[in-house]
Design a protein around this ligand. Sequence first.
Ligand code: SF4
Length: 328
Amino acid sequence: MVLNFELDKLTRDLKRIKPKRVLVQLPEGIKQNAMEIAKEIESLGIETIFSGETAWGGCSIAVQEAEALNVDLIVHFGHAKFIDSKFPILYIEVKDELDFEKLLKKSLLKLKKFKRIGLSYSIQHRHDIEKIKKFYEDNGKKIFLSSKIGHAAYDGHVVGCEYRGLKNIQGNVDCFVIIGNQFHSMGACLSVDKPVILIDVYNDDVREMKGIKEKIIKQRAISIEKLKEADNVGVIIEIKPGQRFGAPKFLIDKFKQQGKNVILITMNELTTDKIMNFYHIDAFIELACPRIAIDDFAKYGKPILTFKEALVALGLKSWEELLEEGIV
Ligand code: SF4
C-alpha cells in the first residue's frame, strides 16, 4: 500500500481557505502519518490539532470537537464528502497507488462466465478506475459503474452504508466487482442478488463472496425475534451529524404503544462495556451506523438492530420488504 496524501491539494486548499487553527481527522490506518501531515500544515503557519477519536467514515465528522476547540476548519482525510455541513470541512480523499495488473489478470479467471460487470470501488482507488475499466473492456467485458446516489460521491464509488447505486444497475449486469476490501464487498453481497467478486487489494487476493449472505440473514432474523420479545429497549443515537440513520422519537413512541419500556441513549462510540453496563436492557436499536449491528453481531452479547430491522420487529415493514430493499 503506497498512500498519496495529496499534500499538494492540501497546501493549495489551505492557502485558499486561510484558516488559523484546524482540527485534523485521520482514519485509524493513517494516524501513523500524523507527524508528516502536521509538518505540512504547520509550515503554512496554521495551528494544528489532531483528533485522537476514531474516524471510520466520511459520516464521522467531529463538529462538536471542532466547535469546542474553536478551530476554523476540519481537515478530514481518507473519505469523500458524505453530508452537507454548515461547519467548514476540507476533505482529502487520499490515493492508494497500487499496481493492479496482477490482481486484474487473476480476476479474469473468476470472471470467465460473466460478460457484463457492475464495477464499484472504495474512494482510495477512484484515480485508477478508468485504467481498470479499460483493462476489462480490452478483455471483452462490458463495464457498468454503479450510480452516484445518496452517500456515494461519484459514479462507481461505494461506502459501507450505501448500496442503492449497485441495486440501480443490477438488472444490467451478470456480476459485481468491488475494488477495495471485505467490508465493502460484504455490504454489496447483502444488497444485491448477483455474484459479488472482491478484488482485495490489501490481501492481494481475488475471491467471490459466498456463504456470508445466508449466515448474516439468519443472524438478523434472530435479532429481530429477540427485539420482539424484549421488555426493555434502548435506542442509541450519535451526535455527529453524519451518523443519524432513522427517527428515534418515532421508534420510541411505537415501542411504547406496544407496551415496551424504552429509553434513549447517546453514545460517542459503542463498546462492549458501555452496552453491558445497561444490563437491564434486552435489545438495542443503534441509529449511528447500520454496519455496527450487522458486522458486530457476536461482539456485544445483546441484540443490536438497525432502524429498518426495528420497523420489521414493530410490524411496520415485512421481512420480505427488508430483504428486497437490502439489509444494509
Ligand atoms: S458504513 Fe458506517 S462508518 Fe461507513 S460511512 Fe456509513 S455510517 Fe459511516
